[in-house]
Design a protein around this ligand. Sequence first.
Ligand code: S3P
Length: 194
Amino acid sequence: MTIVDKENNIAKQEQGKHIFLLGYMGSGKSSIGIRLAQKLGVRYIDTDDLIEAGEGMSITEIFSKRGEEYFRDLEQKTLLELKAYPPSIISTGGGMPCYNDGVSLMNDMGITVYLEASVDELVNRLWSERDKRPLISNLKDESELFGFISKHLSERNSFYLKASYKVDADLEPDKLIKELMLIPGLSENKDSGH
Ligand code: S3P
């Protein structure tokens, strides 16, 4: 089993809280999050979508017109605003846990799950989608992307690993959903009435 439980007795205490999906770009947070929310019958939120809607611009435009620092401030503001939302499945931008101590804030607000993917898998998934992601859109070929992700992931891993649970995001989606459903406290969110 790939689920890691770092704290015992977490289940009851965390019933009905947000479930945050954390991980690198391409780890499947959005696609898995949508399926999980459908299965549990709760609201699905993607922090990048909230930011784009709030700014009336794509993430790429925000980076190019306002810069990365502005985007990281928006991420923190968005995260704080989620405190007012009913318990939801929340797919977070890949950098959100790693700036302004985002991961600690998420740990205070709900159940955090790291979708840990291998660098090979991330390269496969991201190469064709790099245009939508300003941090990797300028890379020339897959070997450059491999080098970038390896280094970037090693810098970010200490933040991702602060999540309460981690699952193997290389698994095919059905298996991954099954693993996620084993996390204590997660299925209690089902039909919470919100
Ligand atoms: C980023 C990840 C992106 C998006 C932005 C920055 C990052 O989200 O927030 O391009 O710093 O890793 P996804 O992880 O949903 O691609």
